[in-house]
Design a protein around this ligand. Structure first.
Ligand SMILES: Nc1ncnc2c1ncn2[C@@H]1O[C@H](COP(=O)(O)OP(=O)(O)OP(=O)(O)O)[C@@H](O)[C@H]1O
Length: 273
């Protein structure tokens, strides 16, 4: 049983070096990355393009292996993917030939999350999360009939239906227009359980290019620098919850976004030069 003081995730001096198979060229994408993520925390990672954000997330997910250091969840080494760590990407990753209902229920029918559940229990769980993300009435639709925002709601419902303890989100709102994005940020906080006790919330690691998105969502923002990717700062977002739309125009919101932008501005310009 994990102790209360134990972090949910612990990354210790994690590094990742890619070696190109044909040329043997080496890229040190991440180096000496050390971070604890508390249980129930909403943690955002920002940094200039190519600084290693996705590499870090993929290693936590177990989709990629560190070449140095160690990653633990609840005190156990992460050795590969696991149902307790759910991943969501920018590109929806829905099955185009399956309905909303079948997309959401896919992991329950074909993976370990549904083990031991009866068909009725699986259906109940699918309905619960379809309702939670605001897709009631759209269960029989197919992805091509949905807007981008609705597709990401489906992907979120599928992620939640699988019951992971940790949500790993790689720019999940990155493909959406600005308005849909702001609406879904609010929805995401509601679904995460912003109004609930901290102990009842999932642990979230959320990658974004949007500094304002990170400040709106996060308890803490990890700022990465690049070449190689490292933690350059960890900023506490001391804006009380629940967070309403109106906080975006408050002075503290602007101060925090300015502070984070000042930390990555030079590298961000270099990354696109
Ligand atoms: N499979 C791979 N093989 C070789 N190099 C890779 C591989 N994946 C990523 N890299 C390199 O590792 C570095 C970090 O990439 P990564 O995608 O993690 O950064 P990122 O911060 O998520 O980027 P972005 O903000 O553009 O999404 C980059 O230099 C990238 O080119």
């Amino acid at each position: 049983m994990p102790s209360k003081a134990q972090p949910k995730l612990r990354l210790r001096n994690v590094s990742k070096e890619y070696v190109a198979p044909r040329t043997g060229q080496r890229t040190l994408a991440v180096s000496d990355f050390t971070l604890d993520v508390r249980a129930g925390e909403f943690l955002c990672i920002v940094g200039p393009s190519g600084c290693g954000k996705s590499t870090v997330l993929n290693m936590i997910a177990g989709l990629d292996q560190p070449t140095g250091g160690d990653i633990e969840m609840d005190g156990h080494h992460v050795r590969g993917p696991g149902a307790e760590r759910g991943v969501m990407f920018q590109d929806y990753a829905l099955f185009p030939w399956k309905s909303v209902r079948d997309n959401v229920g896919f992991g329950l029918r074909h993976g370990t999350p549904g083990a031991g559940l009866t068909a009725a229990e699986r259906n109940d769980r699918v309905n619960h999360f379809v309702n939670m993300v605001g897709l009631a009435g759209a269960e029989a639709k197919f992805p091509h009939q949905l807007s981008g925002g609705m597709k990401q709601r489906v992907a979120l419902a599928r992620l939640l239906a699988n019951g992971p303890d940790v949500l790993l989100m790689d720019e999940p709102l990155g493909a959406l227009d600005a308005q849909t994005r702001m609406v879904l940020q609010v929805e995401l906080l509601r679904i995460w359980g912003e109004a609930a006790e901290e102990g009842d919330r999932k642990t979230v690691v959320f990658i974004t290019h949007g500094i304002d998105e990170a400040v709106f969502l996060a308890d803490r923002v990890v700022v990465m620098s690049s070449h190689p990717g490292r933690v350059s700062a960890v900023i506490d977002i001391d804006i009380p919850r629940p967070r309403r739309e109106s906080i975006r125009s408050e002075p503290r919101f602007g101060q925090l976004t300015d502070e984070i932008w000042s930390l990555i501005r030079d590298e961000a310009y270099q990354a696109i030069a």
